[in-house]
Design a protein around this ligand. Structure first.
Ligand code: URA
Length: 438
C-alpha cells in the first residue's frame, strides 16, 4: 500500500476500497503512517466525503484499532445513549439509572467537556470520591451489580480515534460529518451494545447549527449503527436555549437529583423520557414509546431510578450518603444574580452565550488539558415562554474568582431577551430518525 496513492484517490473524489481504508488506519495506529499523511487524507475526506460503504469500513477499522469491551459476559440486553453535546445537558445522569431500573444494562463511556459543551465525566467528578477511571474488571462488576456504569474512555478503546481526533483538532478537519460520525460510532460500537439511541442537537449551543446538518449527522450515524447490526434511532433536539435550569458540573448533579426525585424541569424531562423510551423500544422491553411512558414515570415516582443513581455513585467510590442528604457537592464562594430589566415574557435564552459564560466562570475547558472548577456555573435559568417581573432573577452565576465572575457577566449580557406578549418555546424534539426513514 502506498499511502500517497490512497490520499490522491480520495482527493480526486473516488471511493476507497476496504483494504485501502483498513491498511491506512492500521498503519496510522501503529505509527508507520505519519500524522501529515493522515491529516492529508482527513482533509480529502472533509472535501470529498465518503460513501456509506467506506464509512462502515472506516468505523469498523477504528473500532478494531483497540479492544472492545466484553460486555457479552454480562447477561441482559445492553443499550446506550449518545448526545452530540450541549449546554446544561445532564440527560445521561438521569437516563442511565432510569433505563437500568427498567432492566436495560447501560455500559456508558462518556467524555469530558470541551468548549461550550459540558461533559458527563466532569459532572460526575464533581461528586466527592466518584471515580471515572475504573479498570475493565471493576467496570464489569459495577455493570453486573448495578445495571449501569458511567466511565471515561480508556487508552485501549479505539486508539485510532483518540489519535485522529487530536490531529483533526489542529488541522481544521473536525467539522466533517463522515469523520464525526465514524469517530462517535467507533467508540459506541466498542461498548458491545445491542442498541443505541442518539441525541443529535442543533442550535446556538450545539455543534450543528441547523436542523438540516443535525439530520444529516443523525442519518449517517443511524446507518452506520444499523449496518453493524445494532438497533438504532436518533432524536433531533433543540439546543438554542440551555436544557433544564442549570449549566455547570456540581449544579447539574444537584439538578439531576431533583429530576430523579420527580422535580425535573419540563424540557429536561421531555428529552430524557423521550430518549429513555427509545431505549426501551429498541431493546424490545416495550412495543412502542407510549407504552414506555407509564413505566418510566413509575420508576421515577417510586424513587427506584434515584436509588439506582446513588447506588452507581457509591459503587464508583462516590459519597452517595452525603449526596442524598444534599451535601457532597462543592459550592462556589461567589454568587451573583442577573435580573430582568423590565417585566415581560422571556423570548430567547442564548445557549451559546450561556455556555461561553460558563466557560469564563471556570466550569469548562478551552484545551483538553485545562482543569475545571466543579463548583462554577449558572443556576436558576429562566426558560423561553416564562413571565418575569422587573427585577426578578433571570439566572445566578457561581464562581470562585471575582475576575471570572466579571468576565462571565459581560458575556451573558444580552443572552436573555424579554418581549411583550406570548413567546412560544422552540420545538424541543424536531424529528425521530430510524434506519431507512432517512
Ligand atoms: N465527538 C467525537 O467523539 N468525535 C468527533 O469527531 C466529534 C465529537
Amino acid at each position: 500500500m502506498v499511502p500517497q496513492w490512497i490520499i490522491e484517490k480520495k482527493r480526486d473524489g473516488a471511493a476507497l476500497a476496504e483494504g485501502e481504508i483498513r491498511a491506512f488506519i492500521e498503519g496510522y495506529t501503529r505509527g508507520t503512517i505519519p500524522d501529515y499523511q493522515m491529516a492529508a487524507l482527513a482533509m480529502a475526506v472533509f472535501f470529498r466525503g465518503m460513501t456509506r460503504a467506506e464509512l462502515a469500513v472506516l468505523t469498523d477499522a477504528m473500532m478494531r484499532s483497540g479492544t472492545a469491551l466484553e460486555t457479552s459476559r454480562i447477561p441482559g440486553v445492553k443499550a446506550d445513549k449518545h448526545s452530540t453535546g450541549g449546554v446544561g445537558d445532564k440527560v445521561s445522569l438521569i437516563l442511565a439509572p432510569l433505563a437500568a431500573s427498567c432492566g436495560v444494562v447501560v455500559p456508558m463511556i462518556s467524555g469530558r467537556g470541551l468548549g461550550i459543551t459540558g461533559g458527563t465525566l466532569d459532572k460526575l467528578e464533581s461528586i466527592r470520591g466518584y471515580r471515572t477511571d475504573l479498570a475493565p474488571d471493576e467496570f464489569m462488576a459495577v455493570l453486573a451489580e448495578c445495571g449501569c456504569s458511567i466511565v471515561g474512555q480508556t487508552a485501549a478503546l479505539a486508539p485510532a480515534d483518540r489519535k485522529l481526533y487530536a490531529l483533526r483538532d489542529v488541522t481544521g478537519t473536525v467539522p466533517s460529518i463522515p469523520l464525526i460520525a465514524a469517530s462517535i460510532m467507533c467508540k459506541k460500537l466498542a461498548e458491545g451494545i445491542d442498541a443505541l439511541v442518539l441525541d443529535v442537537k442543533w442550535g446556538r449551543g450545539a455543534f450543528m447549527k441547523t436542523p438540516e446538518q443535525a439530520r444529516e449527522l443523525a442519518r449517517t450515524m443511524v446507518e452506520i449503527g444499523a449496518g453493524a447490526g445494532k438497533a438504532m434511532s436518533a432524536l433531533i433536539t433543540d439546543m438554542n436555549q440551555p436544557l433544564g435550569r442549570t449549566a455547570g458540573n456540581a449544579l447539574e448533579v444537584a439538578e439531576t437529583l431533583e429530576a430523579l426525585s420527580g422535580r425535573g424541569a419540563p424540557d429536561l424531562m421531555r428529552v430524557t423520557l423521550a430518549l429513555t423510551a427509545q431505549m426501551l423500544v429498541l431493546t424490545g422491553r416495550v412495543p412502542d414509546t407510549s407504552a414506555a411512558r407509564p413505566i418510566l414515570q413509575a420508576q421515577l415516582g417510586s424513587g427506584a431510578a434515584r436509588r439506582r443513581f446513588l447506588e452507581m455513585v457509591a459503587r464508583h467510590g462516590g459519597d452517595a450518603e452525603a449526596l442524598a442528604s444534599g451535601a457532597g457537592l462543592p459550592r462556589a464562594r461567589l454568587r451573583r444574580e442577573i435580573r430582568a430589566p423590565r417585566a415581560g415574557t422571556v423570548s430567547a435564552v442564548d445557549a451559546g452565550r450561556v455556555g461561553r459564560a460558563c466557560l469564563a466562570l471556570g466550569a469548562g475547558r478551552t484545551r483538553v488539558e485545562d482543569a475545571v472548577d466543579h463548583a462554577a456555573g449558572i443556576s436558576g435559568i429562566v426558560k423561553i415562554g416564562e413571565r418575569v417581573d422587573e427585577g426578578q432573577p433571570l439566572a445566578a452565576l457561581h464562581a470562585n474568582d471575582e475576575g471570572r465572575l466579571d468576565e462571565a457577566l459581560r458575556i451573558i449580557d444580552g443572552a436573555f431577551a424579554i418581549g411583550e406578549g406570548e413567546a412560544r418555546p422552540p420545538e424541543l424534539i424536531v424529528e425521530t430518525v430510524r434506519p431507512g426513514n432517512g
